[in-house]
Design a protein. Sequence first.
Length: 197
Amino acid sequence: MTEAARHDSPALPPGQRRAPTWQASHYGKVPLISADRWTLRVGGCTDGGGVTVLDHAMLSDLPRVEVEAGLHCVDRRSIPGLRWGGVPMAEIVALAPPEPGAAHVLLAAARGFSSAVLVEDLVHPDALLATHVDGEPLTPEHGWPARVVLPHLYGFKGPKWVAELTYHHVAVPGYWESHGYHPRGRVALEERWAHQA
């Protein structure tokens, strides 16, 4: 999608402003992860107690979709109208479901970053394990080989370079929640900071 088309996209969520460009936000060096070495481990309180490990080839065999959705940063910057491509997170949850009552998820990524979400956020119709944006593979700066995209939540809830999904019966704070960010992070409700909870 062109910059002009993005600026003509629907109104932004409350409190957000359009960013002039899509700049990658991260701390430290960008991890360089090759697709043939990447895996996603799904564990914790799984139905049956097992662990499922998906590699990039397995991910490529799962149903793929495209979702047009903005990326909304907690710092009030938004990039509207990105066209994400990848596997619906609902497919991952269906492949390796939680046990009854395990409604919380910790998403862990390279370099020690993690975020806490709910299973209901992962099965949202627009939630993706994204590998592409605007028809091109993600760059390393934007999360290659895979990142979680949860358009209804602020960007910090969808980690780049995701490596692990762990189910829990109680909320387990991730890196961002431990540093003062909101435990839920819904964009429409402007849930930015922990003191709002």
